[in-house]
Design a protein. Structure first.
Length: 143
């Protein structure tokens, strides 16, 4: 397995099977061009097998932390440690960027994700509730 940082929309488009829906070139470019955004892709024999995206968030009284925005491993490559390796690679990237911490929101019934994050030494910080807003025509369609 080889984990590399994506730097071109073509890399993201080639890995779109790891996303919830089709990747769009203009959104891929915007993601890659945004400061503090990164996508790491795990390749097995040259094939995209998994990805993790992270976004730095800075606040005046806290400094900068990394949000693990999304983690995905292709079904055919699961249970091989790829999710854990991607998560730890993002931890290393966050450390190298001077982030004071890293966090992820995860559904409490997503046993695979919970096990992956526990295997990568994430600590349970308790139950929280997430609320969201759909804000217009650029929003992705609901699954």
């Amino acid at each position: 397995m080889d984990i590399r940082r994506a730097s071109t929309p073509a890399e993201l488009l080639a890995a779109e099977g790891l996303f919830d829906g089709p990747a769009r070139e203009e959104w891929s470019r915007r993601f890659l061009d945004s400061p503090g955004h990164l996508m790491l892709i795990a390749y097995v024999d040259g094939v995209p097998a998994g990805m993790v995206s992270g976004i730095e968030m800075t606040h005046p009284d806290k400094g900068t932390e990394m949000c693990l925005y999304e983690l995905s491993v292709d079904e055919g490559y699961r249970r091989r440690g790829i999710g854990r390796a991607l998560t730890l690679a993002l931890v290393d990237e966050a450390k190298s960027r001077g982030c004071y911490g890293m966090w992820v929101g995860v559904d409490t019934d997503n046993e695979a994700a919970l096990a992956t994050y526990a295997a990568a030494d994430a600590e349970d910080e308790g139950v929280f509730s997430m609320r969201g807003w759909t804000l217009g025509p650029g929003a992705p369609a609901a699954p």
